[in-house]
Every structure is written in C-alpha cells, then in structure tokens.
Design a protein around this ligand. Structure first.
Ligand code: G3P
Ligand code: MG
Length: 359
C-alpha cells in the first residue's frame, strides 16, 4: 500500500502544513465499534477530493489486541477513509522494540483479541496465549469447569503456533516474560496463572525463581466503551494482579507499563507524524530535511484527562491538548487537575477548530 499525500492545506504553494493531529480512539472516534462525534466527517476533511491525505494524522490509542495492519483495515471500513498501518499506534506497538531480548524465548501473550498474533507479527517466535499455556496445566484453574464459554484449542491457532509445539516443552522451559497486550478477558484465571508463572520464576508448580519481566501495553484505570459509564481498563487489572501477587509472594510485583501518558509515546508519535509529513517526497527528500523538520503544532485530541491530556501536557511543545466530551470526560468547564488547552464537545468540533486556526 503506497501513501499518496498531497498537502493542499498550505501556507504557500510550496510549503506543507506545519501541524499534525493525533486522535485517541475510544471515547473520541468510536464507542465500541460505533463512530461518534461526527468522526467520519471530521476525518474526511483531512483528505482531498481524490482521497489523498492532506493533513498528517494518526491514531494514538492505548487499546489494541489486533495487529496494526488489521486495525487499519477495520478503521478504514468503520470510518470510510483509507487508514494506513503506519497511522495506527496501539498501546502494544512499542513491544516490537523488545524483539532483540525475547525473539526466540518462550513468552506469554495476555488479553482479548489476537494477542499472540500481534506478537508473532512483530517477529517473536515462541509465543503462547495465556489460554493455550493454561490448557497444558491440568487443574491450574480450579473453577474452569463452571465456565460455560469455549476456549481456544491448544493446537491450531496458526502456522506459527503449530511449528512451536514440537520445539517447546512447557513443563521444562521457563517463561521468560509475560506481555499484557490487551484488556484481559478472564481476570480470575489470568491472575491465578500469572501469579503461578511470576512467583515461580516462569514455571508453575516450582518455587523460588526470579520473577520474569511483566509488560503492560497501557495502564488506563478506566476507558469509554459502548456502555454509558466508563469500563475498567488494563490499569484496573494491573492493580488487581499486583494486590494479589503482593499478598502471596515475598517480593513486590515488578512491571513496566507502556502507553499514554508516557512521554516516549508522544515522542514516537511526533516522529511518525514527521514521516507522514515528509512522505510525499520520500524518494528524494534529504535525510537532514526529514530529521530537521519541526512541527509548529501537534494536536492530541482525547477524552481522558489523566491519560491523553496529562500526556500531551507533559510532552510540552509542540503538543496542544484538545479534550472532547464524548468519552471519560463530561464536565462543563475544563478538567481541574489536567486542564486541556481546548475543550470541545466532539472530534468534529476539534477538527473544525484546528483547520480554521492552521489553514
Ligand atoms: O482498552 C482501550 C482503552 O484502554 C483506551 O483506548 O483509544 O481511549 O486510548 P483509547
Ligand atoms: Mg479514549
């Protein structure tokens, strides 16, 4: 898929817009799978009549559970514009930077959707979902017989997994790291099995091992989904796991959480927006040209003050925070603890403001 970018929102004929936009997804663009706040129309304004991208923008979400190219297709269908994989940054996207450490090591993928597929597409070779892993250990979940839902069969997830089976003996090989890729589905079982893995040093049933690293894609306490009131997010699961783990184990849980509001997420988004900005001239742009480009303004449009707005505020110049009322935040005035630079009702209003100001 090639990117056709014709920047027509320009200060003069030969300059391209010196601003970009990062959109949060849940509570700004979608609720569940339903577009909100006039998002399809708002995004359409960022393309020209031929459907080419006019303004550099991307999605910066703490959600995930499916590979970025697949999410880009799904978003394109839901929103009616052509979204590229490079325009989708999910909470787990930075996990690919850990490939050097775990490429051929046994790791666990936790969460809804296709967490193991996400990691195998990043290049990790020995990935088991927690469902798959738990299914090897009879009785590891003492209440499983009361669960009415079906579970993924041990063999048959994909070719990658089939190749893995003969080379991996889960009863002798220790898990080297656990990745919480997306919101966990079966909290009780996941807390049980993660405690087993982490307190044993990577092999349930053994004792006294060193805790393998634990990575969370994000740490949102709550987020806006389809239900009218916020839902518990990955951060809530982290608190539950940490509390239980710290009661059953002698040393506190060690973990690393990625995602907004971490400053590195905004640095990375800035660099991706710079690449989108330069992409029209990718073949003949000088490296200095790309590296030295600096945006006058980058807008973060989000619904969660303690995640999106806090993150943009911490990131500082050139980030400008825009808070919508379509998700976690519903206040009349600005948020007290993390006030945004601008508060609007919807993403449509946000885009209208940005285009009026910048073009
Ligand atoms: O699970 C998704 C949630 O934690 C946040 O998604 O798009 O609001 O960053 P988003
Ligand atoms: Mg949100």
């Amino acid at each position: 898929q090639t990117l056709s970018v014709s920047f027509s929102c320009m200060q003069s004929t030969n300059t391209r817009p010196s601003f970009g936009i990062a959109f949060d997804i849940d509570g700004v663009i979608l609720r569940g799978r339903v577009p909100i706040g006039g998002s399809p129309l708002a995004l359409r304004r960022l393309y020209d009549e031929s459907g080419s991208l006019k303004i550099p923008f991307l999605f910066l979400t703490n959600g995930g559970g499916i590979p970025e190219p697949k999410r880009a297709l799904e978003l394109s269908e839901l929103l009616g514009v052509n979204i590229l994989p490079s325009q989708v940054v999910q909470g787990h996207s930075p996990f690919r930077n850990l490939l050097g450490r775990y490429e051929n090591k046994l790791i666990l993928a936790v969460g809804k959707g296709e967490p193991a597929l996400v990691l195998t597409e990043y290049g990790f070779k020995k990935v088991l979902t927690l469902d798959e892993y738990a299914s090897y250990f009879e009785g590891i979940d003492p209440v499983s017989e009361y669960k009415k839902w079906t579970t993924v069969p041990v063999v048959g997830r994909n070719d990658n997994f089939k190749n893995l089976v003969p080379t991996c003996d889960v009863f002798t090989e220790r898990v080297k790291a656990a990745f919480v890729v997306s919101d966990p589905v079966d909290w009780g079982r996941d807390i049980q099995v993660l405690c087993d893995v982490l307190r044993s040093g990577g092999l349930p049933g053994t004792t006294n091992g060193h805790q393998p690293p634990l990575y969370f894609a994000a740490d949102d306490l709550e987020y806006q989904a389809a239900f009218p009131v916020e839902r518990l997010g990955m951060g809530a699961f982290r608190i539950a796991l940490e509390n239980v783990f710290n009661r059953v184990h002698h040393t506190p849980l060690q973990y690393i959480a990625f995602g907004k509001p971490k400053p590195i997420v905004f640095k990375n988004a800035e660099s991706l927006l710079r690449q989108l900005h330069s992409s029209r001239h990718l073949n003949h742009v000088h490296h200095e040209d790309f590296a030295s480009h600096s945006f006058r303004a980058l807008y973060m449009v989000g619904d969660n003050p303690s995640v999106d707005i806090k993150g943009a505020r911490q990131a500082g110049h050139p980030w400008i925070s825009v808070l919508t009322r379509t998700g976690v935040f519903h206040g009349k005035e600005n948020h007290e603890e993390f006030p945004a630079d601008l508060v609007v009702d919807t993403v449509e209003e946000a885009v209208d403001y940005i285009l009026t100001k910048e073009c």
